[in-house]
Design a protein around this ligand. Structure first.
Ligand code: OAD
Length: 239
């Protein structure tokens, strides 16, 4: 381990409150395509073309076809060593907050609880008329006749205010924020590491490549989350 990694592990060991802030990269090793990689494309559509309310209004069946495709991918995937390392970490630190931009539900399946899902969940639907949120059970229409939509925050839509405020508060008060597998391009979620940093917290970034966050992070641990996170947790809490 490089000195950087040793020092990062030490900060983690001393922390009383750790925020784990995750993006699509943590699920990449499970086989879920990231948004901005080449595998994010579907029938030549970019996610931005389909994950928006205008696309749904224009062609709900097309948008649902894309989500059914994504559900089928996620269904065949299992949580990986990166997800599991965050479960281990939660058992070792006095307080942890897991905040994800992912909609795949893999953190819960790994055993993390609670998980703050900033962008919703692919296994939930919401009635476009009544607003009722229900588990996805295959139907695309509500009993009231209106379309159901995926319970996901789309481009151009606001995040749930209370959820976001809780996430901001966790970032402001944590000792360490781990930013894992996120391109840090999408606001307002990408403000979380900056809030932690400006409140005096340590920011440890884990990614395959540098991002706009890297220059602001205290530590940049380059590599796959499924390798870097278990190694970091082992180093911080040797048994
Ligand atoms: P992106 O697809 O933008 O970025 C994925 C990041 O993960 C990149 O920085 C990769 O370098 C990194 N990465 C890939 N594989 C990795 C691995 N094995 N280990 C570590 N890092 C890895 O995904 P997000 O940042 O999550 O929003 O995207 C943010 C939001 O943009 C998403 O939640 C989604 C999208 O629009 C909504 O759907 C609202």
């Amino acid at each position: 381990m490089s000195p950087d990694r040793t020092e990062a592990a030490l900060r983690l060991r001393r922390a009383r409150h750790v925020v784990a802030f995750t993006g699509a990269g943590i699920s990449a090793e499970s086989g879920v395509p990231t948004f901005r990689g080449p595998q994010g494309l579907w029938k030549n559509y970019r996610p931005e073309d389909l994950a928006n309310p205008i696309a749904f209004e224009r062609d709900p069946e097309l948008v649902w076809e894309w989500y059914r495709w994504r559900q089928s991918i996620v269904q065949g995937c299992e949580p990986n060593a990166g997800h599991r390392a965050l479960v281990d970490l939660a058992g070792k630190v006095a307080r942890t907050s897991l905040i994800t931009q992912n909609i795949d539900g893999l953190h819960e399946r790994a055993g993390s609880s609670p998980v703050v899902e900033l962008h919703g969940n692919i296994w939930k639907t919401r009635c476009t008329k009544e607003g009722t949120v229900r588990p996805f059970q295959g139907e695309l229409r509500c009993q009231c006749g209106a379309w159901l939509r995926p319970h996901i925050v789309w481009f151009g839509e606001a995040l749930d205010r209370a959820t976001l405020e809780d996430a901001f508060q966790a970032a402001r008060t944590c000792d360490v924020l781990l930013a894992v597998g996120t391109s840090a391009l999408v606001a307002p979620a990408n403000m979380l590491p900056l809030l932690a940093r400006s409140a005096g917290g340590t920011v440890i970034e884990v990614n395959l490549e540098p991002t706009p966050l890297t220059a602001q992070a205290d530590f940049f641990l380059k590599g796959p989350a499924g390798e870097v996170l278990p190694e970091l947790v082992r180093r911080a809490f040797p048994s």
